[in-house]
Design a binder for this molecule. Structure first.
Ligand SMILES: [Zn+2]
Length: 470
């Protein structure tokens, strides 16, 4: 046992699902795990992201679990506020974090530019132009801090600590972080825990026997359909729309969900379970994200290796698929009358090219809008899920005549049964306590009950800023 005080605390993703920032303090050294952006109501999120309640200059090192915005999006803020250490991640997570941070910087820059113009045009309206959290140069500067290591390459981020990434099976490159502190203390952070049988990715790995586990709880009160059903559901939807001469419009997140859809459609085409129809991936960011998948086959599961890599096939490239980057090409899709699958961003149908596809296709009863992701309240995606019959796009009203079909099997987070099942595969003999983070109140209370019922000795719902001695 090392003779230093060891503490755990969090400054984000406590009783909520965004802003992941967790810390282990060992003597004078601080390890931070994840540095995610808070999302939600504009004013509140702005404040929480700008006014960090800790000093990044005092953090020795940051270990990144994966490249989702709510886990990596605030890294450039930490660097701007004086963080000097290394940021450790898997190579795939670094590449995904790169496009996520740059995309965020560009959106922030555009927002500010728009507000500046407006403030100049209407000086008497008192429009406040605030500084962006960071710009693209700050995002690039952050990339200079990265040190990448693949799963199971042990590294030593601070004295007395050996660290190792385990596959979380959540998105490409996603890791659980395991820390051996001294000789006798082992603690792990789940990051976001994935699910068995997700396409492309390996299943979540088991961890060595632990003293403490910091565990996510996003779906601590929900059960999903098994992912295997996603493929059948998608085949059924594609065939139904095709048979009536319609199109299948899919709003999808550009990283992971889009590649899963491409992979499943490719597999269905090869198995001749769907007809030979064009598949358009209409989103410049999705095109970039897919190229990241292509250069990280080390993250693929055995099935992807057997079906594609070992026979020199590209899982994300086939005759029928067309990746669309330019606006001109994007517009051309609308003039084509034949059945097709159109995958486009944004994932919640709020902004972006998906709006043009919805506008052009929502009134035709032959078409199907397939919902494959979480739709937050007050988004167009949510209104479609809830069955609204009239929607507004770019200020104009449209009748929802197309069929809206929710495919529930798609999810990259384990539900509470999957969390329990994964946990029970681990050796829990020395486990003292599980700390729950990254979940809303109902989910956390339910998961706490479920975990206690399978014999976990203690489950603590982590409070923002509170110190826990280990
Ligand atoms: Zn995630």
């Amino acid at each position: 046992m090392i003779n230093k005080k060891i503490e755990f605390y969090s400054h984000g993703a406590c009783r909520e699902v965004t802003g992941s920032k967790h810390f282990i303090k060992i003597g004078d050294h601080i390890i931070q795990m994840d540095c995610g952006m808070f999302q939600g109501k504009r004013e509140e999120a702005y404040k929480k992201n700008m006014e960090l309640n800790f000093s990044p200059a005092e953090v020795s090192t940051i270990l990144l679990s994966h490249g989702h915005f709510d886990h990596c999006g605030a890294l450039p803020i930490a660097v701007k506020k004086g963080f000097q250490g290394n940021i450790y991640s898997t190579p795939a997570s670094r590449d995904i974090a790169n496009i996520i941070m740059l995309d965020s910087a560009h959106i922030q820059e555009k927002d500010i530019e728009y507000l500046r113009k407006k403030a100049k045009k209407y000086p008497d309206r008192g429009i406040e132009v605030r500084d962006p959290f960071y710009n693209s140069m700050d995002a690039l500067e952050t990339l200079n801090h990265f040190v990448t290591l693949n799963y199971h390459r042990k590294f030593y981020p601070i004295p007395d600590v050996e660290a190792e990434f385990f596959d979380a099976g959540h998105i490409l490159g996603a890791a659980m972080i395991c820390l051996n502190i001294g000789k006798n203390l082992r603690i792990a952070f789940s990051g976001d825990l994935g699910r068995k049988k997700l396409p492309i990715l390996r299943d979540p790995e088991t961890l060595p026997d632990l003293d403490y586990l910091i565990l996510e709880s996003t779906y601590g009160n929900r059960l999903h359909k098994t992912f295997g059903m996603a493929k059948d559901d998608l085949a059924e939807v594609v065939n139904r729309a095709y048979n009536r001469g319609g199109k299948i419009i899919i709003p999808a997140f550009t990283i992971e969900r889009t590649q899963e859809l491409i992979y499943i459609l490719h597999t269905l085409l090869r198995e001749k379970r769907i007809p030979d129809l064009p598949v358009y991936v209409d989103s410049p960011m999705a095109v970039n994200a897919t190229s990241i998948f292509r250069v990280h086959p080390e993250c693929f599961d055995k099935e992807t290796y057997d079906k594609f890599i070992s026979v020199n096939l590209d899982p994300f490239g086939f005759n029928q698929i067309k990746y669309v980057s330019s606006v001109r090409e994007s517009k051309k899709i609308n003039s084509k009358p034949e059945p097709a699958v159109i995958i486009s961003a944004s994932g919640m149908a709020e902004v972006g090219r998906i709006l043009h596809h919805l506008k052009n296709n929502i009134e035709n009863p032959a078409n199907i809008v397939a919902i494959v992701g979480f739709m937050a309240e007050h988004t167009l995606g949510r209104r479609l899920v809830e069955g609204e019959k009239k929607i507004k796009i770019f200020g104009k009203k449209y009748e929802v005549n197309a069929e809206v079909k929710t495919l529930n099997a798609f999810s990259a987070h384990a539900d509470y049964n999957e969390i329990k099942e994964w946990l029970l595969k681990n050796d829990l003999k020395r486990l003292k306590k599980i700390f729950l983070v990254h979940g809303e109140a109902d989910a956390q209370h339910n998961l706490r009950r479920e975990l206690l019922s399978i014999g976990v000795p203690e489950v603590e719902i982590v409070e923002y800023g509170q110190n826990y001695s280990l």
